[in-house]
Design a protein around this ligand. Structure first.
Ligand code: ADP
Length: 266
């Protein structure tokens, strides 16, 4: 198995399109434009990239960004072992060499000084300088950079600079509309349509509390989790509390409001 094969998405991931994002992504890929996926957590951004990597037949290398991540974590570093030092490519360098789609998930978590390493890869240069190694990596023709970020978490400290933003094409994601979300839940889990509709109804009630006690709505991921618990025999109302309410808030009033919404439905 070649290196690139190790990163191939083998089975078609289930992805429910919300609009014409699949065709638009294909156009962005054909033009090798970097892509930014914006939207709340758990609304299908990562699943979309996986699906597109599968559809385009390209390897996918995913990096979950965090504030402790350094440029070396992305680019690579010299490692010391019994036989001396050797260079180890980081995930970004590996993706550039292999011609993979490199997906930097939750990019705003990374520090600004870390992020500048992506700049030369996202303009006409399509190169990655490995300063420590004294090498300039020319990105493979198939390489593409994709980042995700959640504008909801945005603060002045944690926002992308314009100089970074203005290198990307962007897709705006949101929770799927009710009928599509019901279909996603049925496809992802074994629950029947009737239960799925009720779960989505509760999720939508929760989303209306965003900005009124909730920082973020109840995501599709949490609805899938509730459905999975129901599939394991947990009573629906308990599953909703456990998967869709308790994880997202500690506010007693909001918990009370959501618990009432659940009791009204189940
Ligand atoms: P994020 O936006 O945080 O990257 P994910 O892509 O991981 O979210 O989505 C979370 C879960 O929600 C997925 O694992 C999948 O079960 C479900 N999901 C959300 N949107 C879709 C969609 N459009 N098609 C298929 N599954 C979806």
């Amino acid at each position: 198995m070649s290196n690139a094969d190790a990163y191939r998405v083998r089975r078609e991931p289930f992805y429910q399109a919300q609009d014409n994002e699949v065709a638009h992504y294909e156009a962005a890929y054909a033009a090798r434009l970097p892509v930014m996926l914006k939207g709340p957590t758990g609304c299908g951004k990562s699943r979309f990239v996986e699906y597109m990597a599968w559809k385009l037949g390209k390897p996918l290398i995913t990096v979950a960004c965090n504030e402790d991540m350094t440029a070396a974590d992305l680019v690579g570093r010299f490692l010391l072992d019994a036989s001396g030092t050797h260079w180890q490519d980081g995930p970004l360098t590996l993706a550039a060499r292999l011609g993979a789609i490199c997906y930097l998930d939750e990019i705003v978590e990374a520090r600004q000084d870390t992020l500048v390493v992506i700049h030369p890869l996202t303009d006409h240069r399509r190169t990655l300088p490995l300063d420590k190694k004294g090498e300039q990596v020319e990105a493979h023709a198939d390489f593409q950079l994709v980042i995700s970020y959640n504008p909801g978490y945005q603060s002045l400290m944690k926002d992308l600079k314009q100089s970074t933003k203005q290198r990307f094409t962007a897709f705006q994601f949101d929770y799927p509309e009710a009928a599509l979300e019901v279909g996603i839940i049925c496809q992802e889990t074994a629950v029947d349509r009737n239960i799925s509709e009720k779960l989505v109804e509760i999720a939508q009630a929760g989303r209306r509390l965003k900005g009124h006690g909730l920082d973020e709505g109840i995501s599709t991921r949490l609805v899938v989790n509730a459905a999975a618990l129901i599939g394991q025999g947990v009573a629906p109302a308990d599953a909703c509390r456990m998967a869709m309410v308790r994880p997202i808030t500690d506010d007693a009033d909001v918990i009370d409001t959501l618990d009432h919404a659940i009791s009204a439905v189940f």
